[in-house]
Design a protein around this ligand. Structure first.
Ligand code: GLC
Length: 808
């Protein structure tokens, strides 16, 4: 026989012999026994086991043990391990087991074992595909589910494109892909969490698996959606509604939420690759102050280091960092420095030496140190899975910030090495048990962030830390803010960035931003102006640009542009009382600050349209409709149901319709929800420059509505001990009277004395009579501006209850 023929025959024989070369999934078999245990059940399906346990009445965990083998170990994503459980009833029929709580019903089909989830009223939320369900093939694990008519999917974190993920497949594998496009996947972070929404009913699934995984939400077929991973456990959490908010909040309780950041981190942040030497940094800070452009943060990118050695300063460029930081602090600036994971392999460099001596670096399975090339050339990387190495890293951070560094920026932590990927066999030490990059790659950034933030907390225990990270996993939001990596200075990217930030918000990452002006390439003056408008309404407001690009400071585009950019940065600062309140709320609820229209108006089909996904809500009461197209001067805006008032022109609109609004370059279309009270301060050059001695309460007539204003010292952890203040505003209309009720201040924090200026907007005529706590105000105590239709009243804030009524 000719050799080719022999090879062919051998191949045929191998295929006939079965599984190995013709990969086939195996599916979960029939339920052979059910044991009740704790807050759930253990199902025996032959030798395979499935454990289903309720965390609460509206959330459960489902885990498969093939051949009875549980894959146990540290689960780094999880923040809350102990849950109360719940009472449930168990009913059996010939074909099913039914587990019912007050919010959720799980129907388990016996033959074969398949799961379906219903709400308490018996409406189907989600079900396994009848034939397939849980499956595996070698190390791969998968869950096949029915793709239901009309179902939409949201979440999955840092994914570009349409917010409804249906019809596409996504990969979770942290990847550095600079100058990505609308179709690039994966990017830097992995969040294997999504929510399904159908007929107004929602559920969520968190696939708690850190291996490379895939989410096919109906791409290439009409029957199924599925998620699968190349290894690791089949273990997922299921959350039920009633709504998306409830699910996201429960999920974020599980994996953690953004802690309240220091107020300065909400200010404007200026970055470039790289500001150096020290004289340039000083000049930059002085220019902000001279030009009266508010700013809080200056970043130092990699060139501050001594030949890219982490935790060092270049002795020529930055001879006395301590003095520099002190001087900048004096001007009201905080410095955030980049710290990359690649440690230069260079004996004599103390960090390298102690890393080697302490066994802190990643190794190959044969014990040789793993090295790869990044900025400094040949580098080693810390094994952040190991508690001892995290401690070592955190102490390096602690020592380093002592010079006066205010916050840290973790980059390249996918981890990125030139040539893209470290070999998968590189080993980690999960505190005693060995594992490889297959399991740990998606966690590398997460664990680096953990090590860094723990260092910041240990070494500055009384201050709120600030950390920015590029890579991350589900739960990284409890350690760090995120930015969307290396975008491009194009209008297309302005849109990509908005959608990415919205998608991250829908996945539990509230503190997020895209590089304002774009990282790669040169921004045009127009692009920069439009991006500033968006940046001012993004949680992380940071300008950044690549090495060797033209200047990208707010004043770099000519005087006219400088004024525009200053105006929006000032607006950011004036809105800080409102925005800080939204951050505080997000830190408690885990919900986004920047959110798509459908988030608040789920019954309005128009809000889901792709062309409405660059219009968004900023906090509870502002609607932002940025211009994201070059040359566009007229913006078509969809206003959801309700009343909306143009922030600039005071004109009121009825929602539930599209409007066209003039949007010259200086104008960001911005609307306020009717009934809202927006607390605004005066312009400050940096957060907390002066106490808020005058707070303007902008009142927008509309429906009856409650708003609030949260305050604390903005920097310490005293708020955890009750040192906060909350004032509630209630707007109501009764007949011809419009009333603003200001509650007595709650909480222990006592702000500086101040006045309230109350501005009632969008009025056709002056009120006939205004009373404050039933006392009629004299004509010298209020004013009416005919041109803007605004009535204004000044009162002292005594911290006591106050009622102001505008009578018509
Ligand atoms: C990466 C980062 C970018 C940074 C650069 C140099 O590309 O994403 O923000 O400026 O590295 O450190």
């Amino acid at each position: 026989m000719r050799p080719r023929m022999i090879i062919f025959l051998l191949a045929i024989m191998r295929i006939a012999a079965g599984k190995e070369t013709m990969a086939q999934y195996q599916y979960l078999g029939n339920v052979t026994r059910l044991d009740r245990e704790g807050s759930g059940v253990l199902l025996h399906c032959g030798a395979d086991l499935v454990r289903l346990s309720f965390l609460t009445g509206d959330a459960l965990r489902l885990t498969l043990a093939r051949q009875g083998q549980w894959q146990e170990g540290v689960e780094y994503a999880l923040a809350k391990i102990a849950w109360p459980g719940t009472n449930y009833t168990l009913t059996e029929t010939a074909t099913h087991f039914m587990l019912k709580t007050d919010a959720l019903e799980v129907r388990i089909k016996r033959a074969p074992c398949r799961f379906a989830f219903y709400d308490a009223r018996g409406n189907l939320l989600n079900q396994d595909d009848e034939a397939f369900g849980l499956a595996w093939d070698g190390n791969e694990v998968a869950a096949f589910k029915s793709l239901l008519e009309g179902e939409k999917f949201f979440g999955l974190g840092e994914k570009t494109g349409e917010l409804d993920r249906r019809g596409r497949e996504y990969t979770m594998w942290n990847t550095d892909d600079p100058a990505y496009t609308e179709r690039t996947d994966p990017l830097y972070q992995s969040h294997p969490f999504f929510m399904g929404l159908r007929e107004g009913r929602a559920y969520g699934i968190f696939f708690n698996n850190t291996y490379r995984s895939y989410f096919n939400l109906g791409a290439g077929n009409h029957r199924l959606y599925y998620f699968r991973a190349e290894g690791g456990p089949m273990s997922y959490f299921f959350f039920t509604g009633p709504n998306l908010q409830h699910i996201l909040s429960r999920y974020s309780e599980l994996v953690g939420r953004m802690p309240l950041p220091p107020k300065w981190a909400l200010g404007y942040q200026q970055c470039r690759y790289s500001y150096h030497p020290e004289s340039e940094v000083r000049r930059l800070a002085e220019t902000f102050r001279e030009k009266k452009i508010p700013a809080d943060v200056i970043y130092l990118d990699i060139d501050y280091m001594d030949d890219y050695r982490c935790f060092t300063f270049d002795p020529k460029r930055f001879p006395d960092p301590g003095q520099l930081f002190a001087d900048l602090q004096h001007l009201g600036f905080k410095v955030v420095t980049i710290v990359d994971p690649g440690i230069k392999a260079d004996s004599g460099y103390a960090v390298y030496d102690s890393g080697v001596a302490g066994g802190h670096f990643l190794k190959y399975p044969d014990g040789q140190l793993y090295s790869g090339n990044v900025w400094p050339g040949k580098c080693h990387f810390t094994d952040y899975a190991r508690a001892e190495s995290r401690q070592w890293w955190g102490d390096l951070i602690g020592k380093f910030i002592a010079a006066g560094v205010a916050g840290i920026w973790n980059d390249m932590n996918e981890p990125s090495v030139w040539g893209r990927e470290a070999p998968l066999l590189v080993q980690f030490d999960k505190d005693g048990s060995k594992t490889s990059l297959k399991e740990m790659r998606n966690l590398f950034g997460h664990l680096m962030a953990q090590a860094t933030i723990e260092g910041l907390r240990r070494h500055r225990p009384h201050e709120r830390p600030f950390l920015l990270t590029r890579a991350g996993f589900s739960g990284t939001q409890r350690y760090a803010a995120s930015w969307t990596g290396d975008n491009v200075s194009t209008f297309e990217h302005l849109e990509i960035g908005i959608r990415l930030c919205l998608a991250m918000g829908l996945s539990g990452i509230s503190f997020v931003g895209a590089d304002v002006g774009g990282f790669a390439g040169a921004s045009s003056p127009e692009l920069m102006a439009r991006w500033m408008q968006v940046g001012a309404f993004t949680p992380l407001f940071r300008t950044h640009t690549e090495v060797d690009t033209p200047d990208q400071e707010p004043w770099s585009f000519g005087e006219a542009m400088e004024d525009l950019n200053r105006g929006y940065i000032e607006l950011r600062y004036r809105l800080l009382p409102y925005t800080y309140t939204q951050f505080q709320r997000a830190s408690i609820t885990g919900l986004p600050i920047m959110k798509p229209l459908f988030w608040e108006f789920p019954d309005d089909a128009e809000t889901y349209q792709q062309h409405n996904q660059t219009t968004y809500l900023w906090g509870d009461d502002l609607l932002v409709a940025p211009v994201t197209r070059e040359g566009e001067r007229l913006r078509k805006v969809y206003l959801p149901k309700g009343k909306w008032v143009d922030f600039w022109e005071n004109k009121a609109y009825e929602g539930g319709q599209y409007i066209f609004i003039d949007a010259p370059l200086e104008k960001l279309p911005l609307f306020v929800r009717g009934g809202a009270v927006i607390p605004m301060g005066e312009v400050q050059q940096y957060a907390g420059e002066k106490p808020d001695s005058l707070i303007t309460l902008h009142v927008y007539p509309g429906e009856n509505r409650e708003s609030s204003w949260y305050e604390d010292d903005g920097k310490s952890l005293a708020y955890e001990n009750g040192e906060w203040a909350l004032t509630r505003f209630n707007f109501s209309v009764k007949g011809k009277n419009l009333t603003l009720n200001i509650s007595a201040r709650e909480g222990k924090y006592i702000p500086a004395a101040r006045d309230y200026r109350i501005l009632l907007h969008s009025q056709a005529a002056a009120p006939k009579k205004i009373t404050a706590n039933r006392r009629k105000l004299g004509s010298n105590e209020f004013a009416f501006d005919n041109k803007t239709g605004t009535a204004s009243v000044m009162i002292k804030d005594s911290g006591e209850k106050c009622e102001v009524t505008f009578g018509y």
